[in-house]
Write a protein that binds this ligand. Sequence first.
Ligand code: NAD
Length: 458
Amino acid sequence: MSERNTVIENSLTSLLKDESFLPDLKAQTREQAFKSLVALLSTPNHVHKSYLRVALENGTIVRIPAFRVQHNDTLGPYKGGIRFHESVNESEVSNLARLMTLKNSLHELPFGGGKGGVIINPKKYSVKELNLICKKYVQYFNDILGPDKDIPAPDAGTGEREMDWMMAEYKNTHPGEPYRGSFTGKSIINGGSLGRKSATGKGVYFTFRYIMHDFLNEQEKWLQEQDNSFAENALKLKDKKMKVAVQGFGNLGSVAALEAFQCNYLQNEVVAVSDSNVMLYNSDGLDIPALVKFARDHDGDLPKTKEDLSEHKIKADLKERDSLLEINVDVLIMAALENQIHKDNMKKIKAPIIVEGANAPITEEADKYLSDSGTLIIPDILANAGGVIVSYLEWIQGRETQFYKEEQIYELLFERMQNTLDTILPQFFGDPFPLRQNCYIHSVMKLSTILFKQGKLY
Ligand code: NAD
């Protein structure tokens, strides 16, 4: 997981120099206050760690390390997913919790940032054991969770089944208290929201489309006047048929690929997709609906043999998985894992636009190299907030016990993402900072102002 603390520090340094920002903070007090802001936003409020005691079906009792990191609650209850993965560690969970604080602030959500993790490979446990692990997680972190304290959601290795189990345990351990808003990402029948599953993929594609179509068309003249290489590069792609590659074909990647395939605003050709096994390539464009159907029927996997392809009438070449990152396309949508573009492959990336669907898929070093070379990186904090936005809608619906239609959910999702984009884009194309830095500045500015107004910066 790449460190983003320097981005926070740089954002606060540029705000410190801007005398119109928090003008009441003067001279020494100002420097001191900004130093404490860096410390406050770079470190978590609480790191909770427990060893869950779980009796396995074979009779052995194991202790499984589990975390809940509560980064910052200036804007409201902590909010963020729980990851079940063997590589989970405290630093990764803390980094992801910090990203949640900044993401929620950027998109005007009334939540702080949190994240959880359990060090297991969920595939190695039976359903009964996983159920027990979920119950224990809630029992061990019982006092710190709740609809107005800390609201978890799914992340890698967890889904609606785990959220249903956890909410049920929360209900058991808090009799008579409100419980529907204690977890989001639940199944629909159990109080989940329509549209939650597709929200992140749809939001990722919406962000890309809004920048490359809506904003570019509306602001074309203004953009031509800017002395900004990102604006220049984006304008070169206007009205061009764009070749798109998508890394990862799970929940996020498959939805983003389908949105690109079906988009009426931009001419896209999705020429490559990959998963953990394989890359599929067709220079004339892949049949994405057929691949979505195949993956749905094959435990999420893409076809990995020539026989699979011919049996399902899918025209594609099978290629080495990681070569997807280096092919000649206009847009690369990252929808798999962290740290996929790094110092060893950054110089081979050809796409002028990269959309971060996954969290932190580009290391800090590669991010700097690519941004300096003029690659437009649409960052995770901006593009992949669809999940937490619809989680917020689920939380509201749980409190109101009234449920919205799926179209209403998407309308509210896109409206909120558009509001953020309309705030950030003019700022970004008008100044020399990369888009990520602009998002961080905006996010940190909001958090700092609230902390100042609450009298916490003296
Ligand atoms: P998922 O588990 O459904 O899908 C992951 C996909 O990536 C799978 O197709 C897998 O085969 C593929 N993959 C794994 N390693 C790969 C590799 N080296 N090369 C190519 N493909 C590889 O996960 P998801 O829900 O789609 O999430 C993807 C990423 O986005 C995760 O990092 C997640 O934390 C992040 N994210 C997801 C959401 C959400 O709501 N789903 C929200 C925010 C961020």
